[in-house]
Write a protein that binds this ligand. Structure first.
Ligand SMILES: *Cc1c(COP(=O)(O)O)cnc(C)c1O
Length: 203
């Protein structure tokens, strides 16, 4: 197990005040899924936090994403990476990125594990981006063996691809993720409580 596991507080649909409160209590990394919602909340809030984009990267939002975030965890295809690379270049910054891997039949997005190395090679050629590891969303199951097998796929991909970060684990499965070698868990409901039923933002 890694000596240190970072916690990304996932604040989607939660009010800006909750995010500010968590930052004041010492949360150093925050994750948001929707760029418009994130911009609104970051504008009035939390100082000194590292901002992670964990939602699906739409190419027409790449500019806003590159301007708003420090890390994009959800790069799963070359089109998204090209758009982010160009946007980061124009913004004069280097974006840290993670390659999002698909390890679950219930997940729509993510690069299939067998294509991950080839994608990683291409990502490393793009200016304005720094590939630093792998992100994956576990399967929607409480079956520990299935979780373990899926997380092992992600850990193996990170070994092949390299990078310091294995972003794996959410409120329901972070224990299995950490056991599989996660260096970064993304925790929403276990920090902020259930997400409000009414979406704070629609995009
Ligand atoms: C919402 C979300 C999380 C947090 O989920 P919880 O189950 O509330 O901890 C983590 N990662 C991603 C990619 C998410 O979309």
């Amino acid at each position: 197990m890694p000596a240190h596991v970072a916690i990304v507080g996932v604040s989607k649909f939660q009010p800006a005040a909750a995010l500010a409160e968590a930052a004041a209590a010492g949360l150093r990394d925050v994750g948001e899924n929707y760029v418009q919602e994130a911009r609104r909340k970051f504008a009035i809030g939390p100082a000194g936090v590292r901002k992670h984009f964990i939602g699906h990267v739409q190419t027409n939002k790449a500019k806003a994403i590159a301007e708003t975030f420090d890390v994009v965890q959800s790069v799963d295809r070359i089109e998204a990476a090209l758009a982010l690379s160009s946007a980061a270049h124009h913004a004069g910054k280097t974006l840290e990125i993670l390659l999002q891997l698909n390890i679950s039949p219930s997940e729509r997005y993510g690069c299939p594990p067998e294509l991950a190395e080839a994608l990683a090679v291409k990502l490393r050629e793009l200016p304005g981006l720094h590939l630093n590891g792998v992100m994956a969303i576990g399967p929607l199951t409480e079956d520990r063996d299935t979780l373990r097998q899926s997380f092992a796929l992600a850990a193996a991909a990170r070994e092949r691809i390299g990078g310091a970060v294995l972003s794996l684990g959410m409120s329901a499965d972070w224990r299995e993720a950490v056991a599989a070698g996660s260096t970064m868990v993304r925790i929403g409901t276990a920090i902020f409580g259930p997400r409000p039923a009414v979406r704070a933002s629609k995009e």
